[in-house]
Design a protein around this ligand. Structure first.
Ligand SMILES: Cc1cc2nc3c(=O)[nH]c(=O)nc-3n(C[C@H](O)[C@H](O)[C@H](O)COP(=O)(O)OP(=O)(O)OC[C@H]3O[C@@H](n4cnc5c(N)ncnc54)[C@H](O)[C@@H]3O)c2cc1C
Length: 423
């Protein structure tokens, strides 16, 4: 079989994976559902629909996991990027509780899929939300009390002092909220595992099959790629920031974010942090890091212009050295970026238009567990059990400003948040 090579991404994940390749679409297929996008959202949707005996086709423009799903920090966390407060204010206590429970189930769903289908993705448990400033510490104490007392979430422990420093070799943090039920993993291998299971369950998978048009045709949808067509009763848009090209709307904003991986640290690994721990800090512009195969993987920084910054490698290295100055002489071997689909209030945006176009977007940097769950909820919804999916449709979303004001306004917002992080 002749195939192109995967477009170059200098990512430690791409360098440590073994791919199976799926053929491009070359003919016409009649299907019940066409899923567009081969990230976690698309692969999980295809899997859960195939398990319910839908005839499902998944079309991926490049290669499975080529988007955010194969490039992420790998942190498998409950909750939402917007926090419970936003959901409570908008939807009231009962629905906010339902959404929290769904997010906890999302982590369990991902870990169950990994163990049931033996997806080799280096799953490890343990996440620390780290406080840099006194106000972060206060916020974490409040969060711990609220989740424990109101949400019955009992796996959180506050860690301070020498215990904290035995977990992270850094003086930057004054405390951390440790969650023994949150996890981390190799996100590309997880995504490739999901698609393997989806394919086994009967989903038809096509890579290098970019959708170039979608038309209504006699109560069905006609989806065109360069060399083939799919006719389907329903479509599911899982193209992350590229959803906006297929579904005219401006409720998500593309934001670039960055990661680096050091050389193998070997005996120096304990100068950073324990292999089992993933960490994210409490700043609005979050730094997140973990060890993988004795390398430190460090992520952070965002660019709101819609384009990745060319000098991200050095920029992130400086951020890493703020946390671990002792690693000043360590080489950075990998540097890459990915795109986030941020919604205005940072809450997920799932919904449907006229019962035949579904969309999953707005993960806002918190999509590893949630995108897995979104696929399951979507399959429930198509099978007339729409109750849980419809809770998400009740979240109100606003559009981002368009035209010439778009980028300057976002830049202004970023300056405000940077200043806030400095306080
Ligand atoms: C650097 C980085 C770090 C992150 N860290 C974390 C983390 O630690 N924890 C966490 O929970 N979340 C994290 N996230 C967010 C998380 O990765 C995403 O929310 C999640 O992977 C989104 O999955 P998705 O399937 O919606 O999108 P994607 O994985 O981006 O998949 C969309 C796919 O659609 C394809 N596509 C686009 N247009 C078309 C078209 N026209 N036709 C066919 N296919 C098309 C793309 O090629 C792509 O493969 C991070 C994201 C990034 C970028």
């Amino acid at each position: 079989m002749i195939r192109d090579t995967v477009p170059f991404v200098n990512s430690v994940y791409e360098a440590t994976t073994h791919r199976s390749y799926y053929p491009p679409l070359h003919d016409h297929i009649d299907a019940d559902v066409c899923v567009i996008g081969g990230g976690i959202a698309g692969c999980s949707t295809a899997l859960h629909l195939a398990q319910r005996n839908y005839r499902v086709v998944l079309l991926e423009a490049k290669y499975i996991g080529h988007g955010a799903s194969g490039r992420s920090g790998g942190q498998l966390l409950p909750g939402y990027s917007c926090g419970q407060q936003v959901l409570q204010q908008q939807l009231g206590n009962e629905l906010a509780h339902r959404l929290w429970d769904i997010s906890v189930e999302a982590v369990q769903l991902a870990t169950n899929l990994i163990s049931t289908h033996q997806i080799e993705c280096g799953l490890k448990f343990g996440h620390l939300h780290a406080a840099i400033k006194p106000r972060h510490h206060t916020e974490l104490l409040r969060e711990q009390a609220q989740l424990h007392d109101e949400y019955d979430y009992k796996t959180l422990h506050m860690i301070e002092g020498s215990k904290l420093h035995s977990m992270i070799n850094s003086s930057r943090y004054r405390a951390g909220l440790y969650d023994s039920a949150a996890a981390h993993l190799h996100p590309l291998n997880y995504t490739l595992g999901l698609v393997r299971v989806a394919s086994k369950a009967g989903a038809m998978i096509h890579e290098r099959s970019e959708v170039i048009s979608i038309d209504h045709l006699h109560n069905r949808m006609l989806i065109k790629t360069q060399n083939g067509t799919v006719s389907a009763k329903q479509i599911v848009l899982c193209a992350n920031v590229d959803n906006v090209k297929l579904l005219p709307q401006s409720r998500i904003m593309p934001v670039a974010t960055y990661m680096i991986a050091t050389e193998i640290l070997g005996e120096r690994a304990d100068q950073a942090l324990s292999e089992n721990l993933a960490v994210s800090d409490c700043n609005f512009i979050v730094d997140y890091f973990r060890m993988m195969d004795s390398r430190l993987l460090f992520g952070g920084g965002v660019s709101y212009s819609g384009h990745a910054r060319a000098s991200s490698n050095n920029y992130l290295r400086q951020r890493m050295l703020k946390v671990f100055p002792q690693l000043h002489d360590v080489n950075i071997e990998y540097a890459w970026h990915g795109m986030l689909d941020i919604s205005m209030n940072r809450a997920p945006d799932f919904g449907r238009i006229e019962n035949n176009i579904y969309y999953l977007q707005g993960f806002s940097g918190h999509g590893l567990a949630l995108a897995t769950m979104a696929g399951k909820l979507l399959a429930e919804s198509m099978a007339m059990q729409s109750e849980r999916f419809d809770v998400f449709s009740q979240i109100k979303h606003r559009s981002f400003p368009g035209g010439v004001l778009r980028t300057p306004l976002l830049m202004l917002a970023m300056v405000w948040y940077r200043l806030r992080d400095l306080q």
